[in-house]
Design a protein around this ligand. Sequence first.
Ligand code: AMP
Length: 540
Amino acid sequence: MRGLMQDRQLTIPPLLSRAETNFGHKRIVTGGATETVSTWREVAPRVRKLARALESLGVPAGACVGTFAWNSQRHVELYLAIPSSGRILHTINHRLHHEQISFIVNDAADDVLFIDRTILPVIWPLVSSFGTVRHVVVMEDGGDMPLPDDPRVLDYEELLSRQADRPFETVVEDENTAAALCYTSGTTGNPKGVLYSHRSVILHSLLLLGADVFALSERDVVAPIVPMFHVNAWGLPYAVMQCGSDLVLPGSIRDPEQIVSLLSRHRVTFSAAVATVWRDLIPALASHDLGSLRHIACGGGAVDDALSRAYEQIVGIPLTNAWGMTETSPVVTTSRLATHHDNLRGEARRLLIGTPGPAVPLTEIRVVGDDGTVQPHDGKTPGELQVAGATIARAYFGTDIGRDGFTSDGWLRTGDVATIDEWGYLRIVDRTKDLVKSGGEWISSVLLENAVMADPRVREAAVIGISDPRWGERPMACVVPAAGVNLTAEEVRAHLRGRVASWWIPERIEIMGEIPKTATGKWSKQALRRRFADPATGSP
Ligand code: AMP
């Protein structure tokens, strides 16, 4: 017998009506050259006009619409209008190397792009390599690049001003319809697309509200510093529409002083960023009142205790860790103190909430040994972390790619090595993938090696991540010159300039006679990591 409850689909459009009807007065603040403050009552008609604008541009249903934008009110409008009108919101990181950007735009076959004017100088030179893009809509945010004299270029506000405020024409009937697309860097070269559904977005936005997750409520003022081009800014813009908190967005500001001032002036209660950002803000903390902050979420990498301690001392609360991936919407775990931790004090409490913590509702985690057996929850037996749930990817966008990223019983293989303790608390031990995570952003060691080895003066190159106090990790290149060649580190860097993004270029380049190999003849990155380990910490 089937249950007798209403078979309502979980889709994004009702989020807008909820925000407009129940929280119409709540604020959306965007920082930048000129700070703007709007309300859902003002934003909602703009979202409906934007959906009609997509119609007027002839964007087909199911097409991808790309965004190159900071965290801003207009980006929120795109977050709503694109999926609510049956298209796919495709957020893109403009800091990637131009070849990756071209690959991503062409792979997704983006039909129209929305670009902040401050980002236009980076993207416009690439537009000729985008095979499918028919229009580029520029969003005025204080950038000074003159608008290109090109019939494909349109102005966002002008486009909206031509539309009437009418209900969405399209009805998203099936909750499993694709809503958003975000690419993640892979170890083997090309980035892979993760395609979220309306259902996964809604479920994920709801689970963030959980009292043991982020406990977001109408009383909060939420500031996602995590970029809206990376995993939907952890789904926070959608969560805010569920609970009615104010939303504070940094816009194009990067200056630590200005970001901390924004958090302080708007009495932010919850904010999320990667460790590098939290580290950059430290010098500005003491001169602002951050007493309103109740939860500082730090994800995308480990929380280092010195950083967390600094926040505890200056702001009054430590950082709370969260674990996730692009493939997982992203939040899978976040730490919290449970009743069985009541006896923990001081440093022990801080250290506990600096680890990833237990799985949030709707998700399951397990660690699996090399022989395929699920490891016991004893907090000490490591294995590969695998995750499953309604907010976790089951395949990558595109045909056949990334099959080995999933187990035969449908779990996502994360490539992280972890333990789980008796209370279900996750700890990340290591990464099996050889990516380098610098400032919360991935650097593919494989791509970087290939770029180094594109120099005929180089015989072999292996890239490993070495720990860095500012960026978490930085790439280090171990380079073997071709026979008879005298090569310097500076010559390797000169070769890389223009071939990879500038922030990929390693500060440390070691010229050596041979790269150690494993028994099967592969480079032994483990041996390299051991060789270049920091003698003080033992870690690379
Ligand atoms: P991304 O898909 O770019 O968001 O990166 C996901 C990866 O970041 C994970 O597979 C981990 O290797 C790493 N990561 C994310 N959160 C954490 C965390 N809390 N602790 C350690 N590593 C993390």
